[in-house]
Design a protein around this ligand. Sequence first.
Ligand code: ADP
Ligand code: MG
Length: 589
Amino acid sequence: MSRRATLIVSFLAVVALACAPLLFSSFTISLFNYIGIYALVAIGLALLTGVAGIVSFGQAAFVGVAAYATAWLSALNGYSPWLGLLLAIILTCAVAAALGAATLRLEGHFLSLSTLAWGLAIGFLFGNVEGLGNFSGISNIPPIRIGGHALMKSEEIYYLVLLMVVLSLVAMYNLLDSRWGRALRALRGGNVLVESLGVNAFQTKLAAFVIAAFLAALSGWLYAHMSRFVSPASFDAAMGIEYLMMAMVGGQGSLIGGVVGASIITFLKNAIQDYLPLISPNAAGQLEVVAFAAIFIVFLQYARRGVVPFIAARLPNARPTAPAPAAALDLRAQPATGAPLLKVDQAMRRFGGLIAVNAVSFDVRAGEIVGLIGPNGAGKSTMFNLLTGALQLDGGEIEFSGLPISRAPQRAIARAGIARTFQHVKLRPRMSVLDNVLLGAHGRLQSGIVRGMLRLERSEEARARAEAMRQLERTGLAEHAFDVAGSLPLGKQRLVEIARALAADPTLLVLDEPAAGLRRNEKMELATLLRELRADRLTVLLVEHDMEFVMSLVDRIVVMDFGSKISEGLPAEVRADPRVQEAYLGGVA
Ligand code: ADP
Ligand code: MG
């Protein structure tokens, strides 16, 4: 759907929901309230699990921390629920930040298991603290008051729930569409790519984690003051799994899917609880589990990616319009042509017993195109990974623009002005070509999370989009801007990587086998592009296998074999070097 159509449909949906109390019974409205409260958690999970790929079983614990915080402050200590909201948010986010800092460096399954572990632990804690009412919980929680009026009836708190869900959705949609959201969407598929673009992957994950916990805190606060009672059972690990199920059923990574999933699961549960006792009055509890499992299997069979993506794929697809021209982003000051730019001194890297890079030294001056060549396994990619910080040196020094970068993290090197492509293309195949290129500009933009949520970064975003579009034109990809990156042929994907690197406004462009897998005419186009870049005073270091391609293009060549540098010089000199002929041509020449 087009943006306009989406806005109209959303607006109508909100109006319809606002009229719901006029049409439905109090019971139904209170069901809606529960859906809204669950949806807040599921929206957070859509962001955390669906978008960023961090599976958390522990969200129920965050809901619990918030619910208990506000219950303790308002019911046991007599303070206003609004103060309870403040405490709930601060405490929940602090707990999330601490847990996230401790666990988010874990990989995949270990991370998920750890969320299950603290989900259980926190749930257990509520039941065993004297001051929190042990397993019987805290009752007599006061209702929320607005201007002296207590929100006692379900029709009253309904509007507060609706407001919070709508505001959360808007903020999260804005966020996903911002610089930070792009980085978040790119997290799936590993840290190497995002870090090479100047993104702090750990911080991005931690922020997503805290945001999801923040939404869980809103949910817990509403829950406590709506049900007026909290007990450990509402926040146990089973509930944590149910939240995850809501997010999955609604749609992997779809925010509105969180609402849809919460609705489906809640209505289903309700229906099952209503009808199962009619079938079997005694075993209803066990049958509930069976019925739920059966429905879940059907879901996995037919709509694995979730309900919302399933429907969205069947709606007409509006093509986005090209970004409007906007002022250019600020450019880096480029070094004077011929100035020393990169200095690699005795670089060493071992993999176990294998010395992949053995005391290699070479320089690159500003404005040159330097080729790094050598047979397969010579250590060229490893050398690139060392100088971009993707791998750590075991010895030696690397200096870039006068800065020592031997121990700098990848993102710092990226921000210092080295942009790279990968031998095995690393794009985010499900993001658009434009979004992939925009990722390259991450380090040139400033807007943070809050500006993104409030959509205050639109002018910067417009400049970034215009810049990405310019790089797409430069690389001949403009017509593919809105294609899904994974749908392009390999040659074009390599060009997208170059466009993405260019969007960073680099000083040094490092290309690992850019011509691999390209057809002859594509290679010639690439060579033309690289010459144009040199004319624009960009410095290029490229690894290439195709001798002819390198010879005709580069100013200077460095040759590696078995981890060591065996030759260096002008193309003609290198070509005439017997050591090179022996190594490179395997003694054929
Ligand atoms: P090139 O790019 O010149 O073909 P590489 O730098 O990829 O060569 O590899 C150099 C040597 O290091 C090869 O023998 C390769 O098997 C080894 N190597 C590269 N990366 C790793 C790694 N992550 N772990 C172990 N060995 C590696
Ligand atoms: Mg390689």
